[in-house]
Write a protein that binds this ligand. Structure first.
Ligand code: FE
Length: 351
């Protein structure tokens, strides 16, 4: 009897300790993690359930688009319940880092799993964000009008031979800011600004729409060549809709710069929120996302490649596209260059 009392007291003391531990949010006695996600695909459910099964930590998810999540984090400030943030594109991740919305994370697991070119700079306390999947910015072209050799480098998109044929979304969209930031890193300011001028001179129409709209416009004949993130093309390749099949039959795809610096690659990434209340759970979740099974799930949810090099995609569309040479430019540099790139876009009139 006395022993049982002592045990009960010990359990009570432990419970008190847990309740007083600021890193553990108690909701009906269960540990939770608050995730702000700009990623929402069907397969994400299985991904998050897997984490809860393995750890007992329940995930509260707040879905939004990238801009909505960023403005919410800013307005919530120190009161924000966000623990982990998922965003897409180095341009946005870098911007959020500059705005002080993240905190550095020191994790041997993450540093070993995620290549240094796919995470932010380490200013001494660890990177502030880590890529979890990769996407390539590829060129699609009208097979009836152009040969792949005419469009197999980013530089050729500014060739006067392509006058009136090029379509892109807005120059200042993060996907383009990042591509142009990569070109600035590779080629320097003079060559890059001249190249951007050439792109503007080759436009078939003023920039508008998203990447999928550019692919469709190539298939319809309105444009001869366009730039798109790889997953929009992969999504069309996996579609069974007849209109999508037609689009895929009409367009060719090239991974640019295979004989040179490689194709521009960007990331979807994760970060620990600046004011995370559940830091231990946040770190466990981030390390979980770098695990083999989670890498496959996460990448496949949006037809992307895993960020961890040893994990091979089983996505049929990506396997059909095949292996390619990736650029070596770090995503941190690409993010940083977007300010200079935006100034160039203003000068050359790339809307
Ligand atoms: Fe996208």
């Amino acid at each position: 009897m006395r022993r049982r009392l002592a045990l009960t007291a010990a359990v009570a003391a432990l419970a008190t300790t847990l309740a007083a531990t600021p890193t553990l949010a108690q909701q009906g006695g269960e540990q939770v993690l608050n995730l702000y996600s700009a990623r929402h695909y069907q397969t994400d459910e299985a991904l998050y359930d897997g984490f809860t099964r393995a750890t007992g930590i329940r995930i509260n998810r707040l879905d939004g688009d990238d801009n909505g999540i960023l403005s919410r984090l800013k307005s919530e400030g120190a009161a924000s319940p966000a623990d982990v943030v998922l965003l897409v594109d180095a341009a946005r991740l870098w911007r959020a880092e500059q705005d002080g919305l993240f905190q550095p994370v020191r994790s041997a697991t993450l540093e070993q799993r995620i290549p240094s070119t796919l995470r932010s700079d380490d200013a001494g306390q660890g990177p502030q964000w880590f890529g979890i999947s990769t996407r390539a910015r590829v060129i699609v072209y009208d097979k009836a009008r152009l040969q792949p050799a005419q469009v197999d480098t980013y530089a050729k998109l500014a060739d006067p031979a392509l006058k009136g044929l090029l379509c892109t979304r807005s120059g200042s969209h993060p996907y383009n800011l990042s591509l142009f930031g990569s070109m600035l890193e590779r080629n320097g300011p003079e060559v890059t600004e001249q190249w951007l001028r050439g792109l503007v001179a080759n436009m078939a129409r003023p920039p508008k729409g998203g990447d999928t709209d550019q692919i469709r416009a190539v298939a319809s004949g309105e444009c001869g060549v366009a730039i798109t993130n790889s997953y929009y093309l992969a999504r069309l390749m996996r579609s069974s809709k007849p209109e999508d099949r037609t689009v895929v039959e009409r367009v060719g795809v090239v991974f640019p710069d295979q004989a040179g610096a490689g194709t521009h690659v960007n990331v979807a990434g994760m970060a620990m929120a600046r004011h995370a209340k559940n830091r231990d759970a946040a770190l466990r979740f981030m390390e979980y996302l770098a695990g083999d099974a989670a890498q496959i799930y996460f990448a496949d949810g949006n037809n992307e490649w895993p960020a961890v090099p040893a994990v091979q995609t089983k996505n049929p569309a990506l396997m059909a596209l095949g292996d390619f040479r990736r650029e070596a430019v770090p995503v941190s540099a690409i993010g940083r260059n977007q300010v200079a790139v935006q100034q160039m876009l203003d000068r050359v009139g790339y809307r």
